[in-house]
Design a protein around this ligand. Structure first.
Ligand code: ATP
Ligand code: MG
Length: 1021
């Protein structure tokens, strides 16, 4: 049933994931035809049709998977690996159509039918399949599983009679070789979702480099040294010809650099020739030389017999050489066809003819010959080149040969010098991004990640950008374009069975792995570690082993290898890796994450969740927010799979993540899970956790300035905490409620709650963490001080700050220190000692960046900027706020933090003379304090806005701001602010009403004195 498909390489029972091209070919309306013909005729016709199809498939290296009814299903790229499976399938499809038109169709003409009646459709699609060999009672053969198969069948179904259609996936892989036009299938339900092309032809002509060397518009970056070296050789051919080799990984840019060299040669009026290796002609002796010789002899194309004879006879060659030349020209062949050994005599004849012809044609003129893809040349062509290279110094030609790393040894025997092409540097990669996808380049971080992902290989970079442009710019962490994966897998499948298996096992272990661990795992699968590693280093999969670490050359290679393993097998390998690490490493600490990964891969979620928990605790302790965020998502997925069994840990994870993410301003990813965590905790009878979860929910409402609703939630949490007498929960619930009360303008209420915290956080508890993100006593004192400052009780604030600073500094952890020192900075600020405030706040801002405490960064920066402005350093203030605004930290912070940042930003803009933007920004900040209403921020905002307007002489517009500030400040008891509002109003009336001025000035002076603040001079005069 199945022919040469089962010739090896595919795992029997488990199967393999491979990227292949599938071809369906089917005879059109055979039912009608058969109704009208004699069964014997039909059989004969169909047998012939099938033979034609199968022949075409085999000619291009494919395998017929099944003869089905009136057609065939064939596969390219497996079992025999081939990078160019898409091109091969297209060629086979075209060949089928051509033979049908020429031979098969006309056959029925003799049977009284129109030759048009016997026609075929061919559909082609490329993609991932699971290929496995089945060997059962029912039969044996190759079985292909996956959507790729149905899509190929669809491509066939929609194909116009007599044509070949392919999907875009195939067209992408076939690339520049393909001549095709877009094709819109009509009336098919799936059609809208897929893009098809009609295949018109395939160009394998050797002119690719030459053609591109005439176009000068495409991008070329870097490679300066390499280029210079070759150009120098190009300029020195007068001293004798040379052969230079270019070696590097697939897609690194060997051909592209060769094109660049060809351009330079053309610009120097040097003739440029090309010999190009193709996997399709690798079995045909001398095939790649033909095109070269034709162009060398000034022919457009293959000459006819007579022309070839004339040319040969006038070439000055004699006897044997002359017939050798005729053979090389491809018009008359006495050579055996591909596969059979070439007689020594024949071979010598052709070699000599080749060298003589080339030397004669080149004479003493400079010329460039580019040999592309040495690894794909047949051995006879290589022999010719070697012969030519031996005498190259007698010519004035430069030969530049490029090829992949695995051909290095052959290259060494052919060249005078080899240049290795390393991966492109990041800057160069970013240039490519900027040129190919300017919109992506605008997002520097994204562009950087893409560049990293490409591993320095421009081909990979281009393909990633292409996938992104199709898929609306989304870049998953591990995007792996099919085109790239296809190349990697073809190479993987060309390795020895042991090495391939070794690479697959390594890919399960990770991008880099411990040599001994790999050895243990691979050992049980058989195979010599050392020789496998050597083969994989040589084949460009691994970097050379350093310090017992085996590393994939880049992440894409690993991902592609991993992708080639079927799931049950992958599961088994993960299980083995898990057991092996657990058994062999004394301390598992550094491996928690890896163990979790293997446990997940092995389907052992119960084990995975515990390792994830350990890894998350470590990450939280190290402020590794990014890792924590990833671990959190994995944990949530794992809990989801575990169902009820995962619910306890789910609560733990949510609470842990909330704490850690809160200080880093990334809390929003956890928020949607808080409500469920609170409910689960209650069901589990864990009241302390329930209380924390509810308090966290209240915190979020505080962040969003939803103070009243937040108060209700936090009050319930406080009651719950008192009920169970859990101090950590009580502290946290009261702390949250205090902030919410402050948000409602209830400053005394807030202070009372914080004081209650401070009262029980004494003795050992004063320095304890109690599982909170900062030291509870420090958090309570810092906020208490902040609120006391608002009340004007600066001495009381100062005492609390002093103690908070002592405790936080002694502890040393950054979050608590930031809180305590910000309060210290604000106290200096309110006292009018702006230089001292700058001195305190500058390092605090650095800590925020250094330790990624992004939730506090905006408030620190805002205050700092304002203090800077008041010491005359407005420019520095603006730089600071601009950086913070640009980073958007305020989005993950409390509303209050955002207010301070934009207030500082507005002030800095004013200080730098940009009044328009200053006003806009401050007006926005102020209007946001009104809705939802936040009295304390409203007061601060109105005063700032009033002062800025006043300084611009806009008294009438400033007055309402001061009035509003005064009213609210008096309501909530913000004494210094009330003083400032009076002061502002005094300034407003200075020129218009002496009485009003005095009234406000006196009121201000009284309030200033009430809170131990010095009375500003203008008020006294
Ligand atoms: N220096 C470069 N500047 C800009 N683009 C480049 C550069 N080098 C390579 N590219 C692009 O990367 C892609 C791959 O390059 P190229 O075909 O030259 O790789 P190769 O090394 O010849 O690969 P293979 O081993 O598959 O033949 C091409 O599209 C090419 O235009
Ligand atoms: Mg190339």
């Amino acid at each position: 049933m199945v022919d040469d498909a089962s010739s090896g390489g595919i795992a029997t029972d488990t199967g393999e994931r491979r990227i292949v091209t599938i071809l369906f070919a089917d005879v059109v309306s055979s039912t009608r035809l058969t109704a009208e013909l004699d069964p014997d005729d039909i059989k004969e016709l169909m047998d012939h049709a099938m033979a034609v199809m199968a022949n075409a498939v085999r000619t291009y290296g494919g395998a017929v998977v099944r003869f089905q009814g009136d057609g065939i299903k064939a596969m390219f790229g497996a079992p025999r690996p081939a990078e160019d499976h898409a091109v091969r399938a297209c060629l086979a499809g075209l060949a089928i159509q051509k033979t049908f038109a020429a031979n098969v169709g006309p056959k029925i003409a003799g049977r009284g039918q129109s030759p048009d009646r016997l026609k075929v459709r061919v559909g082609i699609h490329s993609g991932l399949v699971i290929a496995r060999e089945i060997n059962t009672d029912v039969g044996h053969g190759l079985d292909l599983i996956g959507a790729t198969v149905s899509l190929a069948a669809l491509a066939e179904k929609v194909c116009p009679v007599g044509a070949v259609t392919a999907t875009m996936a195939t067209a992408d892989l076939a690339g520049a070789f393909l001549e095709a036009k877009p094709f819109e299938p009509v009336g098919h339900e799936l059609a809208g979702r897929y893009k098809f092309v009609e295949v018109l032809g395939v160009t394998l002509s050797a002119r690719a480099i030459l053609a591109r060397s005439n176009a000068s518009d495409d991008l070329f970056v870097g490679r300066v040294d390499e280029q210079q070296k070759i150009l120098q050789a190009l300029d020195q051919t007068a001293d004798g010809g040379r052969v230079i080799g270019l070696v590097g990984d697939p897609g690194i840019g060997k051909s592209r650099l060769s094109i660049e060299i060809a351009r330079s040669a053309a610009a120097r009026q040097m003739p440029v020739y090309q010999i190009r290796g193709l996997s399709l002609t690798q079995a045909t002796p001398f095939a790649p030389l033909r095109g070269f010789l034709w162009s060398l002899l000034g022919l457009e194309d293959r000459p006819d017999v007579a022309t070839a004879r004339t040319i040969a006879e006038s070439s000055g060659l004699s006897g044997a050489e002359l017939s050798g030349l005729l053979e090389l020209l491809g018009t008359e062949s006495t050579l055996p066809s591909g596969g059979e050994a070439l007689g020594q005599e024949n071979r010598e004849r052709v070699l000599r003819a080749f060298c003589s012809t080339v030397s004669k044609a080149w004479g003493q003129h400079p010329a460039l010959l580019v040999v592309d893809d040495l690894q794909l040349l047949d051995s006879e062509t290589v022999a010719c080149l070697r012969r030519l290279a031996r005498n190259i110094r007698e010519t004035r030609a430069l030969i530049v040969v490029n090829g992949r790393s695995e051909i290095r040894q052959v290259m060494q025997r052919l060249t005078d010098e080899i240049i290795d092409l390393p991966p492109l540097g990041k800057e160069r990669l970013l240039e490519i991004v900027a040129s190919l996808a300017p919109h992506v380049a605008e997002d520097g971080e994204l562009a950087g990640r893409i560049a990293d992902r490409s591993g320095g290989v421009p081909f990979v970079l281009e393909q990633i950008l292409r996938v992104m442009s199709r898929e609306a710019n989304t870049l998953g962490e591990r995007v792996l374009p099919t085109s790239v994966e296809s190349v990697v897998l073809a190479r993987l499948n060309q390795l020895s069975g042991d090495a391939k298996r070794f690479a697959q096992i390594a890919s399960v272990l990770g991008e880099e792995t411990d040599y001994r661990l790999l050895q243990r795992l691979a050992g049980s699968a058989g195979g010599e570690t050392e020789s496998c590693v050597a083969e994989l280093v040589n084949g460009g999969f691994f970097s050379p082993v350093v310090a017992s670490t085996v590393r994939f050359k880049h992440s894409l290679l690993r991902d592609a290898c991993l992708d080639s393993i079927v799931r049950p097998e992958r599961r088994r390998l993960h299980g083995e890796a898990l057991a092996s690490i657990e058994a062999h490493f004394v301390s598992l600490n550094p491996y928690f994450e890896q163990l979790a990964y293997h446990a997940e891969g092995a389907g052992r979620d119960d084990v995975a969740i515990e390792y994830l928990w350990s890894a998350s605790k470590l990450a939280a302790a190290n402020s590794a927010v990014h890792s924590l965020a990833i671990l959190f998502e994995r944990a949530m997925a794992c809990c989801g799979r575990l169902g009820v069994r995962g619910e306890k840990r789910e609560v733990d994870f949510v609470l842990l993540a909330f704490d850690a993410m809160q200080q880093h301003g990334k809390v929003m990813s956890v928020v949607p899970r808080l409500g469920r965590a609170a409910d689960l905790a209650r069901q589990q009878g864990r009241k302390d956790k329930e209380c924390l979860a509810r308090a966290h929910l209240a915190t979020i409402l505080w962040f969003q300035a939803q103070h009243e609703e937040g108060c209700r939630l936090a009050e319930r949490a406080v009651i719950l905490a008192r009920d169970i007498k859990a101090l950590p929960a009580l502290f946290y619930a009261q702390f949250t409620l205090a902030n919410l009360r402050y948000g409602c303008g209830d400053i005394p209420g807030a202070i009372e709650l914080l004081q209650s915290n401070i009262d029980f956080l004494t003795g050992d508890l004063e320095c304890a963490h109690l599982g909170a993100i900062g030291i509870p006593s420090v958090m309570s004192r810092s906020f208490l001080a902040w609120y006391r400052i608002d009340q004007g009780q600066l001495d009381e604030a100062s005492r609390n700050i002093q103690r908070a600073v002592e405790v936080a500094d002694a502890d040393g952890r950054p979050y608590s220190r930031v809180l305590a020192h910000v309060a210290r900075g604000r106290l200096n600020y309110e006292r009018g000692d702006y230089a001292a405030a700058v001195g305190v706040l500058s390092p605090v801002r650095d800590w925020c960046w250094q330790h990624r405490i992004y939730a506090m960064e905006p408030i620190v920066t805002g205050l700092l900027a304002s203090a800077l402005c008041r010491t005359g350093a407005g420019r520095a203030g603006l730089d600071a706020t601009e950086a913070s605004v640009g980073k958007q930290f305020f989005r993950g912070a409390a509303r209050m933090a955002g207010y301070y940042l934009f207030a500082g930003h507005g002030e800095a803009l004013a200080a730098c003379g940009d009044m328009t933007r200053s006003r806009e920004i401050i007006a926005t900040a102020v209007s946001q304090t009104e809705d939802p209403f936040d009295p304390c921020l409203c007061v601060a905002g109105r005063i700032l806005q009033g002062q800025i307007l006043l300084s611009a002489g806009e008294i009438d517009r400033a007055r309402p701001d001061f009035e509003r500030a005064l009213k609210v400040a008096l309501q909530v008891g913000m004494v210094p602010s009330a003083a400032r509002a009076h002061e502002g109003l005094a300034q407003c009336s200075r020129k218009t009403s002496d009485r009003e001025f005095r009234e406000h000035a006196d009121a201000a002076a009284g309030l200033y004195r009430q809170c131990d603040l010095t009375v500003p001079v203008p008020l006294l005069s």
